[in-house]
Design a protein around this ligand. Structure first.
Ligand code: IMP
Ligand code: MG
Length: 172
């Protein structure tokens, strides 16, 4: 039987997401900002985050598949849905559920830069540090953890558990 160890409650998540929304609103005041959610994992986080942003923004999505039904990255990133908004001269914040090795995000940041953006920053719900392989600057993070496979609030294990309103450490 898999074990679910609570890591973050609903109210801890809501509190940190609200703070981050306020911070992004202050940092990008008067600037063109496009938030790009990385599907599928970031959809819950992004939809809560944008409701705490008080400046005009645009929203787009990208989808990068790297994981199979496993708990470790394959290192191969495949773009399965592209951005649709014209990103030239825009400030971009990539919104990701969790950063583990950093390989997905470092590929995505390079890719987004190729559109001639003004800036790219990274915003993650969880910055998971222990297995980092690519040097990515996580500009905004709600929570930092060292290790463990997390599920809930958009995070899945083999497509399950995304709907859980709290975040758990899954022990298989
Ligand atoms: P990275 O390329 O190793 O940084 O992996 C990033 C992607 O792997 C994330 O967008 C997640 O989809 C997935 N991932 C990494 N760690 C976890 C986890 O603990 N739970 C669920 N998904 C994870
Ligand atoms: Mg994912």
């Amino acid at each position: 039987m898999p074990e679910f160890i609570p890591v973050l409650t609903k109210s801890e998540i809501q509190q940190s997401v609200a703070t981050l929304g306020e911070q992004i609103s202050a940092d990008y005041e008067g600037k063109d900002l496009v938030l790009i959610g990385v599907l599928k994992g970031a959809f819950v986080f992004l939809s809560d985050l944008i409701r705490h942003i008080t400046i005009p923004i645009q929203i787009d999505f990208i989808r990068a598949a790297s994981y199979g039904d496993d708990t470790e990255t394959s290192g191969h990133i495949r773009l399965t849905k592209d951005v649709e908004i014209d990103l030239k001269d825009k400030n971009v914040v990539v919104v990701e559920d969790i950063i583990d090795t950093g390989l997905t995000l470092s590929h995505l940041v390079d890719y987004l830069r190729s559109f001639g953006v003004k800036s790219v920053k990274i915003c993650a719900l969880v910055d998971k540090r222990e297995r980092r392989q690519a040097a990515v600057a996580v500009d905004y993070a709600c929570h930092v953890v060292d290790e463990g496979f997390l599920v809930g609030y958009g995070l899945d294990y083999a497509e399950d558990y995304r709907h859980l309103p709290e975040i758990y450490h899954l022990k298989l």
